[in-house]
Design a protein around this ligand. Sequence first.
Ligand SMILES: Cc1cc2nc3c(=O)[nH]c(=O)nc-3n(C[C@H](O)[C@H](O)[C@H](O)COP(=O)(O)OP(=O)(O)OC[C@H]3O[C@@H](n4cnc5c(N)ncnc54)[C@H](O)[C@@H]3O)c2cc1C
Ligand SMILES: *[C@@H]1O[C@H](CO)[C@@H](O)[C@H](O)[C@H]1NC(C)=O
Ligand SMILES: *[C@@H]1O[C@H](CO)[C@@H](O)[C@H](O)[C@H]1NC(C)=O
Length: 371
Amino acid sequence: MPNFIVIGAGVSGLTTSLELLKANPQNRIKLISKQIPTDFLFNSNYTSPFAGANWESFATHEDKWQQEIDLVAYHKFKELAKVPESGVVNRVNTVWITKEKFKQDKEVVDYPWFSAVPEMNFKKLKPQDDKIAYGYSFDGVVISTTYYLSYLWNECHRIGGPSNRFTLQRATVKSLTDLTFDESSPDFIINCTGLLARDLVSPAESTKLYTVRGVTILVENNLDQLYVVETAEPNYPDEMLYIMPRKEGGCVVGGCMETGKDFETTVSQEQRDRILRRAKLYVPQLFDASGEVSIVREQVGFRPAREGGIRLELDDEFGKLHSGTGVALIHNYGHGGYGYQASYGCAEKVVGIVNDHLSGKKSTLKRQFKF
Ligand SMILES: Cc1cc2nc3c(=O)[nH]c(=O)nc-3n(C[C@H](O)[C@H](O)[C@H](O)COP(=O)(O)OP(=O)(O)OC[C@H]3O[C@@H](n4cnc5c(N)ncnc54)[C@H](O)[C@@H]3O)c2cc1C
Ligand SMILES: *[C@@H]1O[C@H](CO)[C@@H](O)[C@H](O)[C@H]1NC(C)=O
Ligand SMILES: *[C@@H]1O[C@H](CO)[C@@H](O)[C@H](O)[C@H]1NC(C)=O
């Protein structure tokens, strides 16, 4: 019986819908969203299609909770790499740290927490040339985001469609109070609104939300593995290099993590040149014999970040305000630069919060995400 309204059809809302459908054959989902995966023109308020995307957890060595969350999606993506239509492909993920970056890090060698996870096949690498201080590789994935979002959406329909447990509705939610499911109140509303959570949250909450601008260049050229190069450039401290070869061919080349640039939706010639210059310096094999790349398009996306990290919890205030209706509100927004790699772990937590709520247990979940 539980009826859910999930708001948002980004990777967070779609994964949450799918995991709720799988968790209980009684769960019914109405997914309401302004933008959906098949939209022809991407909108800069809809982040998910713009991502690279890979799995490379940012969790610190101490943050076991986030490590646990991220590990869930690692295993899921490895399974999905066996599903041809998912858009997920296995790729060796190589990371180089340049000498300048190493100096900036006070010459501390830092291997990520997942170096200890046996199935990742983590390897320390000898520097490929004298620009590099050290490097490592592991068995990673690349997710072709537009394919993958459509795949998630189709999976929701495949599992929930025939029994009418899943419907998708394009609409903009203006207020939560008058949302209905089959003409009565839903049991749960799940807030997966990414950047636009800003429009619907309290003023105090909305000041915690900010964007992290990302620029990528989609090229036709191919590589056999994924490269991340951590660079340090005094004038562009928010820029780095990553190149992600996609399943269908071609690579995504990035990029940057810039705050305070909400309205810069186009790429300057200078920034494009810097990204490509870095690619040529560290990964020259991307370029063809005449030193060129063939550009398909450039993209600017905005990672929906939040001070203190993802908001993943039952909203007690909302519960008190609407106690008469019995509607519960659960938040799952503010995923910053890691919405794909955290997607399944967060969806699993939402299922846990739902189950605790239905059985009258107080959820013990604590938010411990750090961006
Ligand atoms: C360049 C770039 C590279 C990235 N690389 C990676 C990577 O390698 N790995 C990784 O894990 N992550 C990566 N990310 C981050 C990742 O893309 C985001 O964390 C993720 O897409 C956020 O998803 P979301 O579902 O929370 O939000 P969104 O995708 O923005 O979805 C929000 C949805 O809510 C809807 N919505 C909002 N408000 C309303 C409303 N009031 N009514 C109805 N609908 C509403 C919108 O229409 C939209 O469908 C990258 C991001 C960028 C920009
Ligand atoms: C994104 O959302 C904001 C706030 O709702 C709106 O002002 C802006 O026009 C939107 N941008 C696009 C490209 O639709
Ligand atoms: C998201 O959370 C805020 C904060 O409680 C709430 O006010 C807002 O209505 C929610 N938005 C959606 C779309 O659920």
